[in-house]
Write a protein that binds this ligand. Structure first.
Ligand SMILES: Cc1ncc(COP(=O)(O)O)c(C=O)c1O
Length: 468
């Protein structure tokens, strides 16, 4: 057995896998800053997160472990707010990662919170997020969930179907408050992203189609209902989007609808919610736009479209999820077994896998991976980091360059796992879901502190659900 080590990347003539890996980095100890949390450093080869040594984190909390840098989350909230304020608003999309601690941080930083189920709504309310700072989404909100949202007094409800408008009309008959309604519009935009992350082309489940006239009819029905207050329009074109071209087309089409609403009903929309979807860097090859540039583009797009249509600019809202929490979190794993496939690559099995990060299997997502627990001067080894589940698609990192002296017991760190990893985690193969630990460089007298914000599941937790 030999390990495929490429001191300067793959050489001509090597037997390479069909899916070509990126070239080996010059220095395996590098932490590309656009990918790692702002509080990530190396000290003597060992990774520290928020000032805390990852070996201590693994010893105290076990692995696999999600380590979330609180200051990173807070600083991104401030960036978004600064970029879109004073006139715009920023709501954190809780689906990216929903925990009381994180919802408290974003709320303390001045963001609102988007929820899309009754469960997320309860977490937000119990975290103390003011109800008027909550927007309720969902393509099939249950009657109970709508009822709870109305009685809690959430700031906005985004309607997604005619049935839902009728349900809200019924619920609002008994409610002293008139819920503020945004109508979700399917703009027909083909966002440049993975098929499962694009949400505005006509052939999918979300929203009212502009092309068919359903969006115009939805607005008519909301306005006709005395118990509901029509607030404006909502559009979300997809996720992990890097360019603003799709937003431009979506804004143009939504503003077209706003003009028709003015002409038909004499109402100018007060709010325009352009959703989330702003891309982040997962690898050093990703070049995500700066938030302030993004904000400026979106503002100019909306300003230009409204000016051209003779409309006053509505209040602009955005709903980033990934952009707030994605870069904050690193997944820590312990290496279990190592298998060399001659001439191809080395399979490194870790103690987690697709149950704590389904994104690689689901979206073919790319990640970086680094040896975190010690220094190594060994040559780079082309690796595939895989999990412990009974699926050959159980891949955490498809192409990883790791030092050739990697050994069982080493800790590996995978950055940018704050969004859609813990929230999409499962108990596949009856594996308990990992804990989430918050680290904070300012804690512990400036030496860095760690505290669990979501505890690790146990086998007893799983067994207690099985009452048969
Ligand atoms: C309506 C809506 N808003 C916001 C988001 C957040 O998207 P992202 O996490 O990519 O910013 C989503 C994600 O799917 C969404 O469906």
């Amino acid at each position: 057995m030999s390990r495929v080590a490429h001191p300067a990347g793959p050489r001509h003539g090597d037997v390479l896998p069909a899916d070509h890996p990126p070239a080996a980095p010059e220095d395996l100890n590098d932490l590309p800053e656009q990918v790692w949390p702002r509080g990530a450093h190396r000290s003597g080869g060992v990774l520290t997160l928020g000032g805390v040594d990852v070996r201590d984190l693994a010893a105290e909390f076990g692995t696999p472990l999600y380590v979330c840098d609180e200051e990173d989350v807070r600083s991104r909230c401030r960036e978004y707010l600064e970029a879109f304020s004073p006139e715009g608003r920023v709501f954190y999309a809780a689906k990216a990662f929903c925990s009381r601690a994180v919802l408290r941080w974003v709320s303390e930083e001045g963001l609102g919170v988007d929820v899309c189920t009754g469960g997320e709504l309860e977490v937000a309310l119990s975290a103390g997020v003011p109800p008027e700072q909550i927007t309720m989404h969902g393509n099939n909100k249950l009657l109970d969930e709508l009822s709870r949202a109305v009685s809690a007094g959430v700031g906005h409800i985004v309607v997604d179907s005619f049935e839902e408008i009728a349900r809200l009309a019924y619920l609002s008959e008994d409610s002293p408050a008139r819920p503020n309604i945004l109508v979700r519009v399917t703009t027909g935009v083909e966002a440049h992203t993975h098929e499962f992350m694009a949400t505005a082309h006509d052939d999918q489940k979300f929203g009212f189609s502009l092309a068919s006239g359903a969006a115009d009819e939805a607005v008519r029905r909301v306005i006709a209902c005395p118990g509901l207050s029509f607030a404006g329009l909502h559009s979300h074109i997809g996720s992990q989007i890097f360019d603003t071209a799709g937003f431009e087309v979506a804004a143009h089409r939504v503003v077209g609808l706003a003009v028709r609403i003015r002409d038909e009903h004499g109402i100018e929309i007060a709010e325009l919610d352009l959703g989330g979807g702003f891309g982040i860097a997962y690898t050093d090859e990703d070049d995500a736009p700066e938030v302030k540039d993004l904000a400026q583009s979106l503002r100019e797009i909306v300003d230009g479209q409204c000016r051209a249509a003779g409309l006053a600019r509505p209040r602009l809202t955005v709903e980033p999820g990934r952009g707030i929490v994605g870069p904050s979190t690193v997944s820590l794993y312990t290496v279990g077994t190592i298998k060399d496939v001659d001439g191809l690559r080395t399979y490194v099995s870790v103690d987690g896998g697709m149950s704590d990060n389904i994104r690689t299997a689901l979206y073919d997502a790319s990640y970086l991976c680094a040896l975190a627990s010690r220094a190594s001067a060994a040559a780079p080894m082309l690796s595939r980091v895989v999990g412990r589940h009974c699926e050959s698609g159980d891949i955490v990192v498809r192409h990883a360059w790791l030092p050739a002296d990697l050994a069982p017991g080493d800790l590996l760190a995978v950055p940018a796992t704050g969004a859609y990893c813990r929230s999409l985690a499962s108990n596949y193969n009856h594996v308990p879901r990992p804990a989430v630990v918050a680290v904070s460089a300012g804690g512990n007298g400036g030496r860095g502190a760690a505290r669990p914000i979501v505890r690790r599941e146990t086998l007893d937790d799983l067994l207690s659900l099985d009452i048969g």
